[in-house]
Design a protein around this ligand. Structure first.
Ligand code: A3P
Length: 345
């Protein structure tokens, strides 16, 4: 009898203890996120007079809780009405460059309480079939957000697709455009690695990078190879400049985003007229992944998927040298146009 009572008492204590620990963890997580997301002092006083482009942070503390639910498509009509939620067209787009770090940039910007990301690449402006569906179709692909938040989408194919600048201009001529670049040869190899992995997954064979990047007849760089053409950043940017002034672009250093993300993100916050909210707390280096990962609060953190940060195949050094020499004059022009210089060889 006494033994039975002791067992019952232990079970009760166990349940109570678990409940207490659970509640404590929840509270710590909640306080952690609120502490970070709630304005510490009145926004207007803290950041000076608000320009038209600036985004007030009203009610943004809900972002990691309530709004997260809405973004998953769970918003009821009542919730939408109550919180004045809407699917807003993007005010900024990460237009490229493929393999520059576009996913990392989008996910890291999404740490900002005033930013809401479109999770999928929408490919509205580069895909004729999607474009024909009209702007309302595009808007419906956007997540729900509060009126003062900005929506950002990323579709890296936009940067290199002929028709896209004009189409985006028609939607919003004052939109902000983000381009994340990496050293062009590394980017081309990363691009190749992605395609190679796709082929291997389908049990198909593929050429070596060297064979694709160098024309066997001339022994010169093969400018017909897409991975090479995409890395001629200046050629693509020049097409965009027919529609948008350079002030509407911000160039992100994708190599630095890997090794030291915070300063790059702070530059983007400034460009988007957002108050600085992303901090070192939100980014931690994960030695196993070999990359920075994201920390939303004491409980919620995440690293990018394994498809980001692939091991590149070894490439013949003479081919690398040839490619670097080839890209050099284009890089110089790119620095000149953008006003941002990189230490690319
Ligand atoms: P690699 O796979 O060549 O290393 P994109 O998202 O445009 O496809 O870019 C992918 C690249 O993002 C990866 O290229 C990786 O180096 C880079 N990257 C930058 N920051 C990262 C991060 N925190 N986690 C994983 N990959 C990151």
């Amino acid at each position: 009898m006494l033994f039975k009572q002791q067992v019952l008492l232990r079970q009760k204590l166990f349940v109570l203890g678990s409940l207490a620990i659970g509640s404590l963890l929840y509270l710590v997580a909640r306080v952690g996120s609120l502490d970070r997301l709630q304005p510490l002092c009145p926004i207007d006083g803290r950041f000076g007079p608000r320009s038209q482009d600036e985004i007030p942070l009203r009610a943004l503390q809900f972002k990691r809780g309530l709004l997260h639910e809405f973004r998953k498509g769970n918003a009821t009509k009542e919730q939408i009405r109550l919180h004045n939620l809407a699917q807003q067209l993007p005010k900024a787009i990460i237009i490229g460059v493929r393999k520059g770090g576009t996913r990392a940039l989008l996910e890291m910007l999404n740490l900002h309480p005033a930013v809401v990301k479109a999770s999928q690449e929408i490919h509205f402006f580069d895909n004729d079939e999607n474009y024909a569906k009209g702007i309302e179709w595009y808007r419906k692909k956007m997540p729900f957000s509060y009126p003062h938040q900005i929506t950002i989408e990323k579709s890296p194919a936009y940067f290199i697709t002929e028709e896209v600048p004009e189409r985006i201009y028609k939607m919003n001529s004052s939109i902000k455009l983000l381009i994340i670049v990496r050293e062009p040869t590394t980017r081309a190899i990363s691009d190749y690695t992605q395609v190679l992995e796709g082929k291997e997954r389908k049990n198909k064979t593929y050429y070596k990078f060297e064979k694709l990047a160098i024309d066997p007849n001339t022994c010169e760089v093969n400018t017909k190879y897409k991975a090479v053409r995409t890395s001629i950043y200046t050629k693509h940017l020049e097409r965009w400049l027919k529609y948008f002034p350079i002030e509407q672009f911000h160039i992100v250093d994708g190599d630095r985003l890997i090794t030291e993300p915070l300063p790059e993100l702070q530059l983007v916050e400034k460009f988007l007229n957002l108050p600085p909210r992303i901090s070192q707390y939100n980014l931690y280096f994960n030695a196993t992944r070999g990359f920075y990962c994201l920390r939303f609060n004491i409980v919620f953190n995440k690293c990018l998927a394994g498809s980001k940060g692939r091991i590149h195949p070894e490439v013949d050094t003479s081919v690398i040298t040839k490619l670097r020499k080839f890209f050099h004059p284009f890089n110089q022009k790119f620095y000149q146009i953008t006003g941002r210089t990189f230490n690319w060889p």
